[in-house]
Design a protein around this ligand. Structure first.
Ligand code: NAP
Length: 345
């Protein structure tokens, strides 16, 4: 069986996903594409020799008879309308993060999906598909380190582009920790505090960097995350879970251990795309397989809503300096299915 997919947005990640679905993964076929820059969409079709129709607009693509499932990789502010339109058409949709740019927008999607009555939406939080995070989750779930008590994390980028401004350290970078940590711990957040250390001189004018973000969970687990996006030395994601009887660390990406010139060294990645490249493959392959079975087994619209609510609370905590409560409300019955058992191969 092959899933016939339409892609809305053929920018950087849209092109990556089209390539992986076409050349690396199985059981998926790109049959339709669209972008506000139609010439760009046409160029992808031609360059990859795709047997795919180029549509004028995302809604038209969603309605197209040959499109069985939709991938939304357009600009963030357009995500909500395309996901709502896919739900209205009854078509499964994989939406890159953010699900919507506001928590209210995410909630409208949650309400629409529940009203439709069948899970259709998956959000592109790919860290859940990273081999290292999956091994770490298996260790926590096995009980080998007892109950988790504390988590120490770091999210470091060597530098960020000029268009990385305002609160993007929270809304664009830290949002990945927001999603992956509650999945890792099978928990939810109740409050957040943001501490602003001395600013690095190497950040752009007006950009706060670094941040320390402190989260508390329903079970009382304390999480501290350093978000430092001009650290210069590399792209470095750290996560250490302290349990009652042991400590589990996220594995380092594999690298040659080099003995040379009287030094023992390993390389540190500098590009975030390299760090999670395999995760994107696993994420999209599992989405295709689940969709063909009529299931959603990845991050749901509810997870997208939780990420938006938590991210909003972090921004408020940063602005006010206060500890901010995160009042999510009860997770609807519709979303209570536990995600599939994680297999590490
Ligand atoms: P990008 O290169 O700017 O691509 C977005 C594309 O969507 C552009 O070609 C843009 O056209 C097009 N577009 C905008 N409005 C549209 C509309 N109404 N209909 C159709 N196409 C439209 O951005 P990107 O880096 O690929 O990011 C896209 C999304 O993926 C963002 O939400 C981003 O947060 C997310 N993302 C997620 C990850 C992850 O790790 N999960 C990584 C990267 C990106 P114009 O350029 O002409 O406006």
């Amino acid at each position: 069986m092959v899933l016939k997919i339409g892609v809305i947005g053929t920018g950087a990640i849209g092109q990556d996903h089209i390539r992986r679905i076409t050349s690396t993964l199985t059981s998926g076929k790109i049959v339709a594409v669209t972008d506000v820059n139609k010439e760009q969409a046409k160029a992808i079709v031609n360059n990859l020799s795709l047997d795919a129709k180029v549509y004028d607009d995302g809604h038209e693509l969603i309605q197209a008879e040959e499109v069985e499932a939709v991938v939304v990789t357009s600009w963030g502010p357009t995500h909500e309308e395309f996901v709502l339109s896919s739900i209205a058409a009854g078509k499964p949709v994989f939406c890159e993060k953010p699900l919507a740019t506001t928590a209210e927008g995410c909630k409208r999607i949650v309400d629409a999906e529940i009203a439709f009555g069948k899970p259709l939406v998956q959000v592109g939080y790919m860290r859940r598909y990273d081999k290292g995070y999956r091994v770490l989750k298996n260790v926590i779930d096995s009980g080998k380190i007892g109950e988790a008590l504390m988590v120490h994390c770091a999210h470091r980028n060597p530098s960020v582009p000029d268009n990385y401004t305002g609160d993007m350290a929270i809304t664009d970078s830290f949002v990945h920790e927001i999603d992956v940590l509650r999945w890792l711990l099978n928990d939810d957040y109740v409050s957040v505090q943001v501490i602003l250390p001395r600013n690095t001189r190497l950040a752009a004018q007006g950009l706060q960097d670094p941040h320390i973000i402190l989260l508390e969970t329903v079970q009382g687990i304390r999480i501290d995350v350093e978000v430092f996006v001009n650290c210069q030395y590399g792209y470095d994601i750290q996560c250490q879970v302290v349990g009652e009887t042991g400590i589990a660390n996220l594995p380092e990406p594999s690298s040659i251990v080099l003995r040379s010139e009287a030094k023992l060294s390993t390389e540190i990645l500098v590009d975030w795309k390299e760090r999670f490249i395999d995760s994107y493959d696993v994420e999209l392959q599992e989405w295709i397989s689940s969709t063909l079975k009529g299931e959603v087994n990845g991050p749901t619209a509810w997870d997208g809503y939780v990420a938006a609510m938590t991210s909003d609370a972090c921004v408020e905590a940063k602005r006010t300096g206060n500890i901010i409560s995160i009042a999510m409300g009860e997770r609807p019955e519709f979303y209570t299915k536990e995600s599939a058992v994680v297999e590490v191969t």
